[in-house]
Design a protein around this ligand. Structure first.
Ligand code: COA
Length: 136
C-alpha cells in the first residue's frame, strides 16, 4: 500500500477502477472519470508481485471515494489499508472531518472505522448510496 500520484500511477489506478466499477458494477465511463482525479490524493495497493489490486482517493474538499479492491483480494485487509491511508492523509492535510458517499452494501465497512450515516439513501450511477461522515 502506498500513496500514489495520478501523473505517474494513473494506468494502475484506472485498471483497478475499470475492473471493479465499470466491468463488475456497470458504472458508465463518463461517471467514473469525473475529471477530479488529477486534483485528488490517491492510494494504490499492490500485491507482493507488484500487481495493482486496490485503489482509493481523497478529493481536495475532504471526500474519500472510489474505494475499490479487486474481487479475489477482498476480505484480506486491503480495503482497511487503503482507507487508513486516506484517513491519515486527510489528518495530515488538517481536515476536521471527512465525508463519503458509501454504496449502501458497504456502509458496515465504513462503520467499523467510526463513520456515521447521515440522512436517507439516494441513487448514484443507479446504485443505492448513503452519505457518511467521520470527525478527525
Ligand atoms: N460490510 C461490513 N463489513 C465489511 C464489509 C462490508 N461490505 N467489507 C469488509 N468488511 C469488514 C471486514 O470484515 C473487516 O473486518 P475486520 O477488521 O473485523 O476483520 C474490515 O471490514 C476490513 O475489511 P477488508 O478486508 O480490509 O475490506 P476489503 O479489502 O474487502 O475492501 C471494499 C472492502 C468495500 C473496498 C471491497 O469490498 C470492494 O472493493 N467492493 C467493491 C467496490 C465497492 O463497492 N466499493 C465501495 C464503494 S462505496
Amino acid at each position: 500500500m502506498r500513496l500514489a500520484d495520478w501523473g505517474a500511477d494513473a494506468p494502475l489506478l484506472r485498471a483497478v477502477r475499470e475492473a471493479v466499477f465499470m466491468i463488475e458494477q456497470g458504472v458508465p465511463a463518463e461517471l467514473e472519470w469525473d475529471g477530479l482525479d488529477p486534483d485528488c490524493a490517491h492510494a494504490l495497493a499492490l500485491s507482493a508481485r507488484g500487481e495493482a489490486i486496490g485503489a482509493a482517493r481523497l478529493t481536495p474538499d475532504g471526500h474519500i471515494g472510489r474505494m475499490a479492491v479487486l474481487a479475489p483480494w477482498r476480505g484480506q485487509g486491503v480495503g482497511r489499508a487503503l482507507l487508513e491511508a486516506m484517513l491519515s492523509e486527510a489528518r495530515r492535510r488538517g481536515f476536521p472531518q471527512v465525508a463519503l458517499n458509501a454504496q449502501t452494501h458497504a456502509q458496515g465497512f465504513y462503520q467499523r472505522f467510526g463513520f456515521a450515516r447521515q440522512g436517507d439513501e439516494f441513487p448514484d450511477a443507479g446504485i443505492p448510496h448513503v452519505r457518511m461522515t467521520l470527525g478527525l
